[in-house]
Design a protein around this ligand. Structure first.
Ligand code: ADP
Ligand code: ADP
Length: 229
């Protein structure tokens, strides 16, 4: 599950300016796909449409054959997990941040998710620091660690589709790659993963969709596209 089908999707944030022009592509369930292209190409817009942050102006988006317009907002948002580029955490413990509203979450599941996202050690190493509210200083986690907390949260949620938007990420390349591999590992073939990013820093992808000026201009494998671009 988690197949995605964009069919002639047209979209603009305002009537005056069309951003996506007849975008069509499909992603098989369980695939890892990278969405690459220059800043402003429309990568984040595609993710926002998938999450129904906005509705399309023309065309359709199907998930597992069902038009997302006919799915309730809450069920759509349950089936899609988003790992944002800048994770803002609550000024609370790591565990609290991983659970994020899921207060009945099983302790064992929380730890398993933390381990999968490789943030488990932070819970163990600094129990005092992170198990208590730390006031104005907030959680002292690096940008990469915060993103790992967001990944753990997503793993716990176990959605069919995971969106990783690193389109304008400020993280260093090594951190980005670590995060991509952590996600790719946990998604394996049960979850569809879409990564929006720069081509050069994409490592794990079954396929790459290249966007430019609101259109998919190329689609192929990593090595092939790296050679051409
Ligand atoms: P990318 O993620 O590839 O950098 P975006 O999807 O963020 O690109 O942006 C695509 C285009 O849509 C850009 O021209 C951008 O200026 C415009 N855009 C993005 N978000 C908004 C918004 N909230 N309102 C109006 N225009 C927007
Ligand atoms: P960044 O690389 O994003 O600038 P920092 O330099 O803030 O990250 O943190 C690097 C590492 O040091 C992280 O693992 C973070 O958890 C840890 N750290 C930062 N500040 C403290 C602190 N006051 N107490 C304990 N650990 C800290």
């Amino acid at each position: 599950r988690g197949g995605i089908d964009f069919s002639n999707v047209t979209f603009g944030y305002s009537k005056e300016k069309i951003i996506l022009k007849n975008v069509s592509f499909n992603i098989g369930p369980g695939k890892i796909v990278a969405l690459v292209g220059p800043s402003g190409a429309g990568k984040s817009t595609i993710m926002r449409l998938l999450f129904r942050f906005y509705d399309v102006n023309g065309g359709s988006i199907l998930i597992d054959g069902q038009n997302i317009k006919t799915v309730t907002q809450s069920s759509l948002r349950k089936s899609i997990g988003v790992v944002p580029q800048d994770t803002v955490l609550f000024n609370q413990t790591i565990k609290y941040n991983i659970k994020y509203g899921r207060i009945t979450a099983d302790e064992h599941d929380v730890i398993t998710a933390a381990r999968s996202a490789d943030i488990h050690e932070k819970i163990l190493t600094f129990p005092q620091q992170y198990e208590t509210q730390v006031g104005e200083r907030g959680l002292r986690l690096s940008g990469g660690e915060k993103q790992r907390v967001a990944i753990a949260r997503t793993i716990l949620k176990a959605p069919q589709i995971v969106l990783l938007d690193e389109a304008t990420s400020a993280l260093d390349t090594t951190t980005e790659r670590n995060i991509q591999s952590a996600l790719a590992r946990v998604c394996s073939n049960k979850t569809t993963l879409i990564i929006a990013h720069r081509l050069s820093t994409i490592i794990h992808a079954d396929e790459i969709l290249v966007m430019n000026d609101g259109q998919i201009v190329e689609r192929g494998k990593h090595e092939q596209l790296l050679e051409e671009n």
